[in-house]
Write a protein that binds this ligand. Sequence first.
Ligand SMILES: NC(=O)c1ccc[n+]([C@@H]2O[C@H](COP(=O)([O-])OP(=O)(O)OC[C@H]3O[C@@H](n4cnc5c(N)ncnc54)[C@H](O)[C@@H]3O)[C@@H](O)[C@H]2O)c1
Length: 262
Amino acid sequence: MNAHTFEKDLFRGKVVLVTGAAGGIGAGIAKAFADLGAQLVVQDIDFEKLQRGANRLVRDGHRVTAIGGDLSIRGTADTVFDQALLAHDRIDILINNAGRSWGITTDAISPERTDELMELNFNSVLWLSKRFIAEARKHGEGGSIIQVSSTAGVTGFERRAVYCATKFGVVGLTKVLALDHARENIRVNALLPHVVETEMFRTVASPQDAANWRTGIPMGRFAQVEDVANLAIFLCSPAASYLTGGLYPVDGGAMAGSFGGN
Ligand SMILES: NC(=O)c1ccc[n+]([C@@H]2O[C@H](COP(=O)([O-])OP(=O)(O)OC[C@H]3O[C@@H](n4cnc5c(N)ncnc54)[C@H](O)[C@@H]3O)[C@@H](O)[C@H]2O)c1
């Protein structure tokens, strides 16, 4: 099922900022919004790949703005938001998607790698959300933030203490920002993908991991980026205007309860 399930011009006139949009889930979400008429600002550390993808997103003369930068370096989030505002008067929708994952034993956890992951997976999400909310309060017409957390934001995964901590942090941030800005119609929701077939999945999963993980998914398949993008589209659409502070698994039923596989 692709984004054409939704009304064709659903996001015409809206500006959407997507981080980590050169590949994987971010690229899928950016494409879905572009297909539905939105103007895009896309961001990624891999600027060449981002620009190649951005050219394919241009629709009906709408421009797509591509912004580089490493969101694991403090200060980049502000620079990215400043550049987005140079291109557009306002940003209506923010998709905090950029993130990395690694799994290591407790002994091998180092301050350097932890700081880097915290900065990318949690701090940059906080700083971009803060800037987005300040702008939305100025124009007074609300807005929607989607935080791409993970099922690792609500349950533990072995050898992923730091990754889980960042994604749990994003869940807490989502709930409190939703509470604090509900009256301003700034909605904040979190997606909890489980296993999505992207570059990240291919990098972190051995064939044995992949086989084990598939066994734990009641629907018996991994998610595709479209499964995640469709939910992001719905949550940012007028149909979801009463939804804020929510956590939405995209997991083929994996978090529904105990499941032995078949
Ligand atoms: N793939 C999965 O199974 C899965 C499951 C749960 C949650 N997630 C989350 O979804 C998000 C996207 O994951 P994905 O699977 O599409 O990963 P991916 O590796 O396929 O894509 C991530 C994108 O982010 C960019 N990026 C990485 N580091 C960056 C940095 N420092 N600054 C700016 N951009 C950077 C990459 O260049 C890439 O284009 C992440 O936050 C991840 O934690 C993924």
